[in-house]
Design a protein around this ligand. Structure first.
Ligand SMILES: Cc1cc2nc3c(=O)[nH]c(=O)nc-3n(C[C@H](O)[C@H](O)[C@H](O)COP(=O)(O)OP(=O)(O)OC[C@H]3O[C@@H](n4cnc5c(N)ncnc54)[C@H](O)[C@@H]3O)c2cc1C
Length: 285
């Protein structure tokens, strides 16, 4: 099926007095095999009626999925009514190479990029060294994207601090630099304790950063894999088993009495809470 490239910028705004609606976005991995592609499209078809704010497609380490990310995003634009966002990292590429990717997205009609530094080529644990002719970090990449086009840019945020970051303050400085460079929204690394997110949000606001900070939620499909992801990005998983059981009960409508009364008084018991964007469900496809 063919369709004209169309803009993917999210334009919907809730009007005054309109009821609050929970808005979500979904993050998909670009498929590696035909079977994974089938699963991805089944997932997209099943989730589309939830009318996500946008759906994003990740970019493999070192640009390894460049073509697959691009073709998945293009197919979403061509065959669905969804608003796609393309992830992009700075790893192992010159500014010119990255700029060519940005321009190809713009030509295809993509109007939203999730801009990331990415992980070291040798994997986590190795010290990150920017490509000599490349963007130095995510803030530099955001500025590069904004120089080329006025696409919407989202960036990462770390409720538990990025493992490379020497301090929480340095982490917030980087987020502030990304927002100053033009990022419109931050999407967090996944976490398993809501308080981590709320405490982080307080620190972000106290630092004067006012863009929406979307809580990234990882639906656990594979416990071992989730533990490995968490070890790499510094997220804590101590009580994950309990949290999963708790979440299932929550979905079934079961509430402990103290939470029910607290939710009624301040709404803090359940995600998503703060104004602006709501929840980003990560790693769906
Ligand atoms: C929502 C989300 C989506 C993601 N999607 C992808 C994806 O599609 N593909 C992919 O490969 N990865 C993805 N990642 C992972 C991300 O690439 C890694 O976490 C990477 O290590 C950091 O990239 P960043 O853009 O968050 O970095 P930055 O925002 O540039 O930095 C993160 C933190 O590390 C610190 N830091 C950065 N560089 C240094 C340095 N040289 N020395 C000291 N401290 C430093 C900064 O203080 C900063 O707080 C995603 C992460 C998130 C949260």
């Amino acid at each position: 099926m063919h369709a004209e490239p169309r803009a993917s910028r999210f334009v919907q705004r809730l009007g005054e007095g309109e009821p609050r609606r929970i808005r979500v976005s979904f993050e998909f991995f670009p498929p590696k095999t035909e079977e994974m592609e089938k699963t991805l499209w089944e997932s997209i078809t099943r989730l589309a009626p939830l009318k996500p704010n946008f759906v994003s497609v990740t970019y493999g380490a070192g640009g390894s999925t460049r073509e697959r990310t691009h073709s998945t995003v293009k197919r979403i634009l061509a065959e669905t009514a969804l608003t796609p966002a393309a992830h992009l990292t700075c790893v192992a590429a010159t500014c010119e190479e990255i700029d060519a990717v940005i321009e190809s997205y713009c030509t295809a009609g993509v109007r939203h990029i999730v801009a990331l530094r990415g992980d070291p080529v040798g994997g986590i644990g190795e010290r990150y060294a920017p490509h000599p002719g490349g963007y130095r970090n995510a803030a530099d990449l955001v500025a590069g994207i904004k120089r080329l086009s006025d696409v919407e840019v989202s960036v990462s945020a770390y409720p538990e601090k990025h493992p490379d970051s020497p301090t929480v303050e340095a982490d917030l400085d980087m987020l502030a630099a990304k927002v100053d460079a033009g990022a419109a929204r931050a999407i967090t690394q996944f976490f398993f304790e809501n308080d981590l997110y709320f405490r982080y949000l307080d620190r972000v606001r106290a630092r004067g950063i006012d863009v929406p900070v979307v809580p990234g939620i990882l639906p656990v499909q594979n416990f071992k894999q989730t533990k490995a992801f968490a070890a790499r990005c510094g997220a804590s998983v101590r009580d994950m088993g309990i949290d999963l059981v708790y979440a299932v009960c929550h979905l079934l409508g079961l509430r402990p009495s103290h939470e029910a009364s607290r939710e009624a008084s301040d709404g803090r018991g359940a995600l998503p809470l703060p104004a602006g964007e709501r929840a980003g469900v990560r790693g769906v496809g």
